[in-house]
Design a protein around this ligand. Structure first.
Ligand SMILES: Nc1ncnc2c1[nH]c(=O)n2[C@H]1C[C@H](O)[C@@H](COP(=O)(O)OP(=O)(O)OP(=O)(O)O)O1
Length: 165
């Protein structure tokens, strides 16, 4: 399946909690998620991650680390989206809601609201929360139904990225 859009998704971490925002519009509206969006033309994936965090929750990320990648094969669209996953535990400024993510809230790792998130989130969040490099591939038959998925842990990011290609 040809890759269509490339996205980033960033998780700010503090004291065994992760900052999530409720998406107010567009893809994933009404669901809690990290902060991110489409990689623009002539923009690196890391720069997109930094820009989206600032736009969506107002902080400047200073130790962004890519931890994984999720490839979504969308049977209903005959295309694939790739989402690059980052974590960040050092940032400047105070987090605040934005037009796109409102409200925002720190969730304890043990209290993440999976029932109001994308259906694939529980499959790969454990790797992201433990800072383990991972690669996931998820096949959706429609926006809410997963047909199949594979998640693998890797020793390095470069190996993790290979599965998403
Ligand atoms: N299944 C799936 N497909 C696409 N995107 C995602 C998922 N699961 C996810 O968690 N995500 C993430 C990836 C991105 O962080 C967002 C979607 O980005 P979007 O809001 O469409 O991109 P922006 O560039 O911010 O959009 P506009 O500002 O142009 O509206 O969800």
């Amino acid at each position: 399946m040809p890759v269509g859009k490339i996205f980033t998704l960033v998780f700010l971490k503090r004291n065994n909690s992760v900052l999530l925002g409720l998406k107010t519009r567009g893809l994933g509206e009404g669901l809690w998620n990290g902060f991110g969006g489409k990689v623009e033309e002539n923009e690196t994936v890391a720069n997109c991650a930094r820009r989206e965090v600032e736009e969506e929750c107002g902080v400047i990320a200073s130790d962004l680390k890519q931890i994984g990648v999720v490839r979504y094969d969308l049977d209903y669209d005959k295309s694939a989206d790739v989402v690059h996953i980052f974590t960040c535990s050092k940032f400047d400024g105070f987090e605040k809601p934005s037009e796109e993510m409102n409200p925002i809230k720190w969730y304890k790792y043990t209290d993440i609201p999976f029932e109001q998130m994308w259906p694939d989130a529980p499959k790969w969040y454990p790797f992201m929360l433990k800072d383990k490099y991972f690669s996931a591939r998820v096949i959706y038959t429609d926006k809410n139904t997963i047909k199949d998925s594979i998640i693998q842990e890797f020793g390095s990011l470069s190996n993790a990225l290979k599965l998403a290609q």
